[in-house]
Design a protein around this ligand. Structure first.
Ligand code: PMV
Length: 328
């Protein structure tokens, strides 16, 4: 028997980093997916393979063997096997051997929530294989536990959006709120191609905010106002206003020193090509930026991002969260 699960990537429209300190953030799932297929083995070994990046690893008890792609195998697949083991324990099939195949379209380490989406699709596929009724909240909690091992103070935003999908207002330690935007619009994504670690960027911001108390209070207050105003703009379908607020958010992210020359270049190119607004998205330090634009400007914004050295994508909002099914 085999099970399959798919989970979406995300873009943060407003509030990244500040969300770690309790400020609300606005986030949308997008139509780029991680897919995990899981089947049972007759032994107790767990073998995990990924197609992108290409790597493979097997774990049996304490014994780990890299089968392909040394660096990526340890960095990406070891945590995923731990996630699968946590799911097996939770769903009552401890010591079950598994073959896990991960096919993720989500670029790694660029702010689109790749590691959370891969963890979510893996947990959901294992749960489905164990024939358990899968509560989304359980999937989210299991993935959040694993993220905590990777970066110490995650807000939980990536796990939540990839599990539940849609557009949400996320505030730490509060129930998230689903939003119905007045208008569904495409989100233009520009990837600088530069990978970075979310954990390191979160630590850098923590140090900066701790050293500059007065600035920190002002920045957190401004970030809260931006997210709340962006929520109002989304609800009434005012993309122009949303764009202005994204621009303000980008300035705030520059002030906490997480933007880069490449990100600033893509953001300026998008604005000059007529976007309503643009900002970096996710942890910064490289990775992706996003822009919103009217439909007649979309292709020129995509082109401008390409000319400025980025890889452009046109992403659509995805209302579905993780989905799983069984193949006999
Ligand atoms: O891992 P990324 O780049 O998707 O960033 C996650 C968002 C942060 O606010 C930077 C961290 C967090 O845990 O909320």
């Amino acid at each position: 028997m085999k099970s399959i699960a798919v989970a979406p990537a995300k873009v943060i429209l407003t509030g990244e980093h500040f969300v770690v300190y309790g400020v609300p953030a606005l986030v949308s799932a997008v139509d780029i997916y991680s897919k995990t297929a899981v089947s049972t083995r007759r032994d107790t070994t767990i073998v995990a393979r990924s197609s992108s990046p290409r790597c493979a690893i097997s774990i049996n008890g304490e014994h780990t063997r890299v089968l392909e792609g040394e660096r990526n195998a340890r960095k990406m697949l070891e945590p995923m096997i731990r996630v699968a083991q946590a799911a097996l324990n939770r769903f009552g099939s401890r010591n079950q051997g598994l073959n896990i195949r991960i096919d993720s379209e989500i670029p790694v380490g660029v702010g689109l929530g790749s590691s959370a989406a891969v963890a979510i699709s893996t947990i959901a596929a294992v749960g489905k294989l164990c024939k358990r009724r899968l509560y989304r909240e359980t999937i989210r909690q299991l993935a959040f536990g694993s993220e905590r091992l990777i970066h110490k103070i995650p807000s939980g935003i990536d796990q939540t959006i990839s599990t539940f999908g849609g557009v949400i207002v996320y505030q730490k330690e509060k129930p998230f709120r689903r939003i119905s935007p007045r208008q569904i619009f495409p989100i233009i994504v520009g990837d600088t191609g530069k990978r970075r670690s979310t954990g390191k960027m979160v630590s850098k911001v923590r140090t900066l905010l701790a050293e500059r108390d007065v600035f920190a209070k002002r920045a957190l207050r401004s970030a809260g106002i931006i997210s709340r105003s962006a929520l109002a703009a989304l609800r009434c379908g005012d993309l122009k206003r949303l764009g202005q607020l994204m621009n303000q958010n980008h300035e705030l992210l520059r002030e906490i020193e997480i933007s880069t020359t490449e990100l600033d270049r893509l953001v300026s190119a998008a604005r000059e090509a007529g976007a309503f607004g643009a900002k970096l998205t996710g942890a910064g330090g490289g990775g992706c930026m996003i822009a919103v634009a009217s439909s007649d400007c979309t292709s020129s914004v995509l082109q401008a991002i390409g000319h400025a050295g980025g890889t452009p994508y046109l992403a659509r909002m995805e209302h579905r969260g993780v989905r799983s099914w069984v193949i006999n």
